[in-house]
Design a protein around this ligand. Structure first.
Ligand code: SF4
Length: 335
């Protein structure tokens, strides 16, 4: 097979705009490739991704470019996403060069996701310049989104966030993980629930859409009720557009996984997770939020709009607890 034909085949397999088959489970999933080949009219050009790249499920069809490398915190005990990377902000010229490769290949780009874990950690002026460039070079783009750590948001003023939204940053994905300060402390999140809530409220006040994730089972059985009640409270205070509930799962080594393997952490079973999720839903008051627990890590799929569908989701969980809804088999769970 000629190089050109072969490279086109590779490009289809690794195309950032064509979701990889592995991504369909909805995981914050990694492309797992060091290189993504892009064929352009003049031959073979290459966008080089540094290490594994993650994105939220709803960014499956987005053009993904690394604005930063890694996560500025990189110390949560349950997370292996950026362990191998040392956080840094990429130079604007490098980032723009990647976007230019994509521009040469794609006539239409509807969505752009700024990777890695903490693109909002860039200074506001740096992000503003990037957003101005994107508006010029991808005028058809409908949505630019990014992960945002609480610190990256709280180190900006409300005026700066307002300006970033005005320049095209439409959506921020924020990890709450838990509304319990004790759970956050144990998993070394590095932020309190109040700080995370404040960051989320600033994003919403700027007019951006906010998507927040929490993790069922993160407090183990010992803190399960506190985790559920306080997470419901924190989510209610932010009232994000989207709430994603994942379930704790160990795949690659993390400090928390080691604690579990050595008997210091109890991993909750499906019945306990369903009971915890029921407490969370019974306590949440987040009118209009789209709630999803239909990720491959979850034992029971739930989806609805709060508060309208809360009772239906609670009923489904009660049915699961009564043995009338089957839990997802462990073999089919994934991040
Ligand atoms: S802040 Fe997010 S990406 Fe960074 S270590 Fe924690 S969970 Fe992982």
């Amino acid at each position: 097979m000629g190089l050109r034909k072969k490279s086109r085949r590779i490009a289809r397999r690794h195309d950032p705009l064509i979701p990889d088959k592995n991504m369909e489970g909805g995981a914050r999933l990694c492309l797992s490739f060091l290189r993504i080949f892009v064929c352009c009219e003049r031959g073979l050009t290459v966008i080089e991704y540094e290490g594994r790249v993650f994105r939220p499920p709803s960014e499956a069809y987005s053009l993904i470019v690394q604005v930063t490398i890694g996560c500025s915190h990189n110390a949560c005990t349950f997370c292996d996403m950026y362990r191998e990377k040392r956080f840094r902000v990429r130079r604007l010229e490098e980032v723009q060069a990647d976007f230019e490769l994509a521009r040469a290949q794609y006539r239409r780009v509807d969505r752009i996701f700024l990777a890695d874990g903490d693109a909002l950690m860039c200074r506001a002026a740096h992000l503003a310049e990037l957003l101005r460039y994107l508006r010029k070079r991808f005028p058809e783009c409908e949505r630019v989104a990014s992960y945002g750590s609480p610190k990256s948001i709280l180190t900006k003023t409300q005026d700066e966030l307002d300006e970033l939204h005005r320049l095209g940053l439409e959506m921020v994905y924020l990890g709450l993980e838990s509304g319990s300060d004790e759970v956050l402390r144990r998993v070394n999140k590095g932020e309190t629930a109040a700080e995370i809530v404040r960051a989320g409220q600033m994003v919403r006040a700027a007019g951006m859409k906010l998507s927040v994730t929490a993790i069922a089972g993160l407090g183990s059985a010992e803190l399960s009720e506190e985790h559920a009640v306080q997470t419901a409270r924190a989510l209610s205070e932010m009232r994000p557009e989207y709430i994603g509930l994942l379930t704790l799962l160990f795949e690659l080594p993390t400090p928390l996984m080691r604690d579990w393997q050595e008997g210091r952490f109890y991993l909750m079973n499906p019945v306990e997770i369903a009971a915890e999720t029921l407490v969370l839903l019974e306590n949440i008051d987040s009118e209009g939020s789209i709630f999803r627990a239909n990720h491959a890590s979850n034992y029971v799929n739930l989806a609805g709009t709060l508060n309208r569908d809360r009772e239906a989701m609670c009923s489904r969980l009660r049915a699961a607890l009564d043995g009338k809804v089957r839990f997802r088999n462990e073999a089919f769970r994934a991040r």
